[in-house]
Design a protein around this ligand. Sequence first.
Ligand code: NAG
Length: 313
Amino acid sequence: MELKQMAPSIHILWLLSIQFLVLVNGGKIPAIIVFGDSSVDSGNNNYIPTVARSNFQPYGRDFNGGRPTGRFSNGKITTDFISDAFGLKPAIPAYLDPSYSISDFATGVTFASAATGYDNATSNVLSVIPLWKQLEYYKNYQKKLRAYLGDRKANGVISGALYLISVGTNDFLENYYAIPGRSSEYTIEEYENFLVGIAASFTEKLYELGARKISLGGLPPMGCMPLERTGNLMGGSECVDSFNNLAADFNGKLNALVIKQNKKFHGMQMVFSDPYGILMKIIQKPAVYGMVFALILLSCVLSKLIADLMLFI
Ligand SMILES: *[C@@H]1O[C@H](CO)[C@@H](O)[C@H](O)[C@H]1NC(C)=O
């Protein structure tokens, strides 16, 4: 019950920032194209060999038909709500799902893969789809789109589409702080800058491929995720401030990147979508948002994932 009430509330801020983008632009969005991790994967991981899946109950119990689709959610995920709000499909299909084709993907598609990160080393942890490979899939998608719609129409979709990027939490929680490797190569500050560099080249490549309207998502207060709280025994299972501060700091860097890229690339309309503040408010005062408690709402996803991973170590 609580779960059901949560979903719509979290998405309000995202929707507002997206609607702002539409107002500024005044145009209609022909498609939504998504890259990222479990926060925006609608089932791609079901079609690759990885344990990072959510194709079992209770996932999807509030989804149309009560099906676990591969979304790390009881129901729809943020990007589905955004698609719906734009008058596009009620849910965004996963690119690797063979039950969909280019006629479906022409108005919305996700290349996202749960457990991935900006860093290739993060996607290696659970053998999921790295960000560079998601971009390869996107190039492939462009070819199919041109064959399906013709060059002129396809170019209109590519330049008019809204591109949503939601990734980064796993780089810190599943990689840097969880396994040896990056933490011996980089200080945390250096690692943040390394990730921001990848975000910069990713958004630049998207721009070169024709994308103009891009939403770069920030990190949630990741110290409040269930697993992080559960692990915080000394701290009375409260949120882990150090992780939250890191998320806020990283978001500041992403925000600066967005400003820089918009100046650098003519016609680019990138926005920084920051989920941190609203999620923190919901966690602190769940009742104000019509919830009984707000522990699960932070993409339960990742914690579930890590919990799964722990079983294998
Ligand atoms: C990630 O891997 C791809 C493919 O091997 C490579 O092209 C890219 O440079 C790598 N990214 C980084 C930041 O090392």
